[in-house]
Design a protein around this ligand. Structure first.
Ligand code: GLU
Length: 451
């Protein structure tokens, strides 16, 4: 593992922290939604606050505040009982100044445009911060995958692929898994795309990452986001005076990111004592085995009913005293009321945008450190980049190589974030945005703005 050259200095409370509701003049200039609870306004607002601190040129601020392209499609699919349903899908391409658009596809009943725009924006920031040659994109289908048979999902995924096929490509826009989508879905997308697209004889499977290992996937991709969360924690914990083996932790959401974060952090010596998802809240002060629980969740679909821990209320779950709290579910889950309850030293954001600005303000006042998502959960897209490189160069990396390269990227991104925090005396989220925007600003300064 790469370690830091400089000895860490303990974190001090920063002077510059964003207000609970930041009001940039750019919002009015670009006609942003005025609702302070709007996710797009919140996520872009955090970046604009950081931009102001660092003095990012206005032209770059306005470019980054809106996506380049928003694709919205409607497509019919035959259900198993013979009737047809119309589905709504999206692909938002936020920015490609640093390379092809990159980001996941979400299959969830609540997917809508402003969320996809936020998530695409976060991908641009994440890819810039973690030093991969990609821009940001995101897409999704408004569908609850749990309510469809495998055969229906296959038809939905393949038909969605045909609807967006003209807008994606191995050198242009490369989707990947996100909430509700998995390696099997990626395989269907790659297969469908390979029949539709003419990519000049090149391997079309590089159009998507997060594929099964048997079909162009990379070792280490499935666990990559969780691995990145833990790599970030290992880098940042010493600054908070903590070692993994002294840590207890809670996990909110036990899907791909939550379960892998839990398993890997536990393997480093930490103890998971609280966990929650849409099916229940569990606590066991003696420890909940993340590996055993992950096997249970695979069979049952959620943590509810797991008998080796006690079912508790939502409030008790949040109040459980831990060193590390890992939100790994959906956006905006830590609002003011949850932030008041959380009893942790540090929050490691495994999910995208899990903390609202109001929630964050309370956490900061209470001295709880937040490791921001664009740093903490960038492991997934980093290994996606490795998968894409392997596809394009006909290589197959071993797991040690993948893990080592991932760790290098995570350590460097953590170090850039820490440097920006010291330089601008700000919170870690603003610091991560500053580091990400610096790279984007350099790219715009070098290339100029056409014409
Ligand atoms: N959906 C993941 C994310 O939010 C991964 C994206 C990718 O691998 O392109 O970072």
């Amino acid at each position: 593992m790469t370690t830091l050259a400089k000895p860490p200095t303990p974190m001090q409370k920063p002077k510059n922290v964003p207000p609970a509701s930041y009001n940039s003049p750019i919002f009015e200039e670009l006609g942003f939604p005025t609702d302070p609870h709007n996710l797009y306004r919140q996520t872009v607002g955090a970046m604009l606050y950081a931009s102001e601190l660092m003095g990012l040129p206005h032209r770059v601020q306005i470019i980054l505040a809106q996506p380049k392209t928003e694709i919205m499609v409607h497509f019919p699919v035959k259900m198993d009982d013979g009737h047809y349903r119309l589905f709504k899908g999206y692909r938002v391409q936020h920015n490609n100044a640093l390379g092809p658009y990159k980001g996941g596809l979400r299959f969830h009943q609540d997917v809508h445009l402003d969320d996809v725009k936020s998530l695409a924006f976060l991908m641009t920031m994440k890819c810039s911060l973690v030093g991969v040659p990609f821009g940001g994109g995101k897409g999704g289908v408004k569908v609850d995958p749990r309510k469809h048979s495998n055969a229906e999902m296959e038809r939905i995924v393949r038909r969605f692929t045909t609807a967006i096929a003209h807008g994606i490509g191995p050198d242009y826009d490369i989707p990947a898994p996100d909430v509700g989508s998995n390696a099997q879905h990626m395989a269907w997308i790659a297969d469908t795309y390979s029949f539709l697209a003419d990519v000049g004889g090149k391997d079309p499977s590089a159009v998507i990452t997060g594929k099964p290992i048997e079909y162009g996937g990379s070792l280490g991709r499935e666990k990559a986001t969780g691995q990145g969360v833990v790599d970030t924690l290992i880098e940042m914990l010493p600054e908070l005076g903590l070692k993994p083996e002294q840590c207890t932790f809670s996990v909110l959401g036990f899907g791909n990111v939550g379960s892998w974060s839990g398993k890997i952090f536990q393997d480093k010596g930490a103890k998971m004592i609280a966990v929650a998802d849409h099916t229940g809240f569990l606590v066991n002060e003696k420890g909940i085995d993340a590996h055993d629980l992950a096997t249970y969740v695979q069979q049952k679909g959620g943590v509810g009913g797991y008998t080796k821990a006690t079912a508790v209320s939502k409030e008790e779950f949040y109040k459980t005293k831990v060193e590390v709290f890992i939100p790994a579910a959906l956006e905006q889950m830590i609002q003011e009321s949850e932030a008041k309850l959380i009893n942790a030293i540090v929050i490691a954001e495994g999910a995208n945008a899990p903390t609202t600005p109001g929630g964050e303000r309370i956490l900061t006042e209470r001295g709880i450190e937040v490791l921001p998502a664009i740093l903490c959960n960038a492991g997934g897209v980093t290994v996606s980049y490795f998968e894409w490189v392997q596809n394009k160069t006909y290589q197959m990396w071993d797991l040690e190589h993948v893990d080592r390269e991932l760790n290098k990227h995570m350590v460097k991104a953590a170090s850039k974030t820490r440097d920006a925090r010291r330089k601008y005396n700000c919170d870690l989220r603003s610091a991560a945005y500053i580091a990400a925007c610096e790279r984007l600003n350099q790219a715009y300064a070098a290339r100029g703005i056409f014409p």
